[in-house]
Design a protein around this ligand. Sequence first.
Ligand code: ACO
Length: 331
Amino acid sequence: MSIKYYAKISGTGMSVPEKVLTNFDLEKIVDTTDEWIRTRTGMSERHIASKNEAASDLAYNATLKAIEAANIRNKDIDMIIVATISGDHPFPSTACIIQQKLGLKGFPAFDVSAGCTGWIYASNIAKQYIENGVAENILVIGVEILTKITNWKDRGTCILFGDGAGATIISRAGERDISRFIDSELSADGTHYDLLIQQAGGSRIPASNESVGENLHTVYMEGNKIFKNAVRSMYHACDVVLKRNHLDVHSIDWLITHQANLRIIQALGKKLKIDDKKVIVNIEKYANTSSATIPMALDEAIRNGKIQHGDLVLLASFGAGLTSGSLLLRI
Ligand code: ACO
């Protein structure tokens, strides 16, 4: 495809629920310890949605911040893509609910389901709509309220997740703009679709008293197998974009990977041979917010001045599917 325009990130924002659940709080719910969680995952606390809070509420708050940062008006948005596996409803899309909340209509709004890689998938789609000239300002959100589909009796999964939203405005770059998306690589390996799954609630196992009783509406995960696949698939996605763009890892200013487990982040950093100081980590405060981890970490790092205009940033993720992907961009 010949590129007519370039895409760039013009604004970011994030939002988490007020309520915080610490590792010590979890000790009272399941047979676990703060020490086990910290040493095995790097997590200390996570934010948990209240009874009345849904994905679109967090996504809307994050969006307002991103719109302000991008210095645009609501009506400048011409597409909305929401990456989520825990939207407000199975249908319609959470993107349409955000469109309504923003007082907008008359352009495409849709959700993308790619687990924790969702925001990378959605950004890749947005990049193409900007590059071919169809859209000028696309709102791309990663949002998750996984704690509402968590099995609070399973210590292997319930300690891992937190709730949050990260919003980004992906805009057409000006001709002299150095900020731009450079490259992106997406993949999936459906042979492992059953390693990380919400089994019931769809057409395979519709909701019933039995499905609720057997906890089939909550996250089922084979953590060990996913762990091994995570490092391998993210390394591949990063390696492909670095090689395709004739870049050495030393030229990367910042690496942000999906915040699923500190040991996965460190193992990937080591395999890529990137300086530890260039790896952005915020897992201790938010745990795994799935499709929101990368846009949230990106927003925090931009707002606290770590990531500066002109920096070369490599993003990588993996998740349910099993999906994986990377994104290389200059901020
Ligand atoms: N507290 C105490 N002990 C625990 C806990 C807990 N919370 N959870 C498990 N254990 C025990 C296990 O029962 C096991 O005990 P055993 O040896 O007596 O059988 C022992 O700890 C080791 O269990 P493992 O599962 O081998 O522990 P591991 O080091 O692999 O850590 C973890 C588990 C944290 C889940 C890790 O495998 C992981 O992070 N995997 C990747 C998860 C992930 O990234 N998922 C994808 C993203 S999520 C998404 O897309 C929605």
